[in-house]
Write a protein that binds this ligand. Sequence first.
Ligand code: ADP
Ligand code: MG
Length: 210
Amino acid sequence: MSVSTSQIKSFIQAASEIINANAEEVTELDQTIGDGDHVTNLQRGLSTLDGIADSLGALDWSAAFQKMGMSVMSTVGGASGSLYGTLFIAMSKAMKGKDMSLESMADAFSQGVDAMKQRGKSDVGEKTMLDVLVPVANALKESAAQALPLPEVLAKLNQVAEIGCESTRDMLPTKGRASFLGERAKGCIDAGARTGQLMIAAIAGVLGSS
Ligand code: ADP
Ligand code: MG
């Protein structure tokens, strides 16, 4: 798998398209158990990233992730801005001096998700985006260890992301705004888990067609 930073723009555009296409559904989820701004937060971040995407193509992966993380942190409010900013900054550290490959991406993504856990003081089972991102990170590492062919890897990532998203439905939220609702938040999937799953699908779609 050889992916260059000049392709970042196509990842960002695919992520924006899928978020825009599902904006109504996600906003309804976040209105039910959050404060309803999750889509707007993500759209602000994605449009900031789209604005810098052309300049990222001149950078290596480590520098590109660093710049993405700083931009997201400084423009996106809310839990998701600081969590995704943290993801990119930790991925930047992990990618120092490395080319993008299935192994390096799996390693960097795992370290990024670990940093998100620390930042959010949370883990799987708390009805958040981590219920999607942690299983995806694990599946990515397993796939890299087994050297699976790319189409199989992407299918597996999509599958675990969908299962992870759906798993949040019956969870009791213990982190973020949804935690204020307690038992009343059961029966609704988490907005951040849904957008995490959608963006994984978008990225997998680009990787599968390039
Ligand atoms: P805010 O909750 O500050 O309004 P957003 O609406 O953009 O921010 O994002 C909400 C999403 O962030 C939730 O749906 C959940 O997935 C995720 N989230 C919130 N708090 C945490 C946390 N402590 N750890 C991990 N994810 C979290
Ligand atoms: Mg919100």
